[in-house]
Design a protein around this ligand. Structure first.
Ligand SMILES: Cc1cc2nc3c(=O)[nH]c(=O)nc-3n(C[C@H](O)[C@H](O)[C@H](O)COP(=O)(O)OP(=O)(O)OC[C@H]3O[C@@H](n4cnc5c(N)ncnc54)[C@H](O)[C@@H]3O)c2cc1C
Length: 293
C-alpha cells in the first residue's frame, strides 16, 4: 500500500524548485526506488512528492564537453550510465560499479542522482565518484553552486542539499580520469540483489614503463558512516613500484577507515575486506593500465 498524499509532476527544473518552495515538506522523487520503498514501509506515510521523473531532456544523459570533462545528468539510470559510449571509453570503472547495483529491473529505473542524494554509504556509484573527485552541481532558488563530492556527505543519509535544491549535474573533470585505469569491487553476501557489505574503488596512473604508481585514488563504501577516500593509503603507495604498492596499500588503508558492526557483517570482517580488497582493486586497476602484476 502506497500512502502518498499528493504528487506533482514538475515541468522543468525551475518548476520543481518553485513547487518545492511552495510546499516546504514535499520530497523529490526521481526513479523512486528508494522513496517508494520507504513509503511502502510506512516511513514516509502521507508524503507529498515532487516528481522530476519526466525531466529527461534537462536532467538525463552523458555529455563529453569540448574541454574533456564528463557531465552526467542525475536522472541517468544505472543502465544508461553502464551502456553509455563516453563512460565505456573514458571511465569504464563507473559503468562497472553501477552495473552491480540490484538487478536488471532496478538498473533500468534507479538513477545515479538518486544514488548520491540518498546519502547512503553502500551506494554502488559513490566510492567510484569519490575516487574520481566528482563535482556535484546543485540548483535552488538562489541559482547554481558546485560541491566537491568530498564535502557532499554530511552524515548517514544526509548530503549538502539546502532546502528546495536539486542535484542537476555530476561533473567528472578531465584531469581526474585521463591517464587513469580503475577497478571497483563490491563484496556482498550474494552476487545480485544485495547491497554492498563493502565497496572499494581504485584508480591508478602508472609511469610510462608501467612499473611505478605515479598516482592512485582509493575510496570505500561501508568503511565508515559515509563514502570515503583513503588519502593516507594513497600517499603511502604513491611513487612505489606496482607490486610493492599492491602489498602495502591494504595495511595503510586500515589507518583511515572506521567500519562498524552491523547485522550484515562484523567490523572485523569489514577490516579484513578493506585490507584484502584494496590490494586486489589496485592490482586489477594496474593490470588494466598495462602493468604485469
Ligand atoms: C530491490 C532494490 C535493490 C537495490 N539495490 C541496490 C544496490 O545494489 N546498490 C545501490 O547502490 N542501491 C541499490 N538500491 C537503492 C536504489 O535503487 C538506488 O539508491 C537508486 O540509485 C536510487 O535512485 P532513484 O532515482 O530511484 O531515487 P529516488 O528513490 O527517486 O530518490 C532517492 C533520494 O534521492 C533524492 N533525489 C533523487 N534525485 C534527486 C535530485 N536530482 N536532486 C535532489 N534529490 C534527489 C530523493 O528525494 C530521495 O531522497 C536498491 C533498491 C531496491 C528497491
Amino acid at each position: 500500500m502506497y500512502d502518498i498524499a499528493s504528487i506533482y509532476e514538475a515541468k522543468s527544473v525551475d518548476d520543481a524548485i518553485r513547487a518545492l518552495k511552495e510546499d516546504p515538506g514535499a520530497l523529490i522523487i526521481a526513479g523512486g526506488t528508494d522513496v517508494l520503498i520507504k513509503v511502502r514501509e510506512g516511513k514516509l506515510s502521507g508524503c507529498r512528492l515532487v516528481s522530476i521523473h519526466g525531466l529527461i531532456e534537462e536532467l538525463s544523459g552523458v555529455v563529453l564537453t569540448p574541454g574533456g570533462d564528463i557531465e552526467i545528468g542525475p536522472l541517468t539510470t544505472f543502465r544508461q550510465v553502464a551502456e553509455d559510449p563516453v563512460i565505456r571509453a573514458r571511465i569504464p570503472v563507473l559503468g562497472q560499479a553501477v552495473d552491480q547495483a540490484g538487478g536488471p529491473q532496478l538498473r533500468a529505473v534507479g538513477t545515479i542522482g538518486g544514488n548520491v542524494c540518498n546519502g547512503i554509504t553502500s551506494a554502488d556509484s559513490a566510492s567510484t565518484l569519490m575516487a574520481l573527485d566528482a563535482r556535484l552541481r546543485v540548483k535552488g532558488p538562489r541559482g547554481e553552486r558546485e560541491v566537491p563530492i568530498s564535502q557532499w556527505y554530511k552524515g548517514v543519509g544526509r548530503v549538502d542539499l539546502a532546502p528546495y535544491e536539486l542535484l542537476v549535474k555530476l561533473v567528472i573533470p578531465r584531469e581526474n580520469y585521463e591517464g587513469y585505469t580503475g577497478h571497483y569491487i563490491k563484496y556482498a553476501m550474494r552476487n545480485a540483489m544485495d547491497i554492498a557489505t563493502l565497496g572499494v574503488s581504485c584508480l591508478v596512473k602508472l609511469d610510462e614503463q608501467r612499473r611505478i604508481v605515479d598516482d592512485v585514488c582509493l575510496a570505500f563504501g561501508v568503511a565508515g558512516p559515509v563514502p570515503m577516500r583513503s588519502y593516507g593509503a594513497e600517499a603511502a603507495v604513491r611513487g612505489l613500484p606496482v607490486e610493492q604498492a599492491v602489498s602495502a596499500i591494504g595495511k595503510a588503508a586500515l589507518e583511515d577507515v572506521n567500519p562498524r558492526d552491523s547485522w550484515r557483517a562484523s567490523k572485523a570482517l569489514r577490516l579484513q575486506l578493506v585490507e584484502e580488497l584494496s590490494a586486489r582493486a589496485l592490482a586489477e586497476a594496474a593490470r588494466k593500465g598495462g602493468a604485469a602484476v
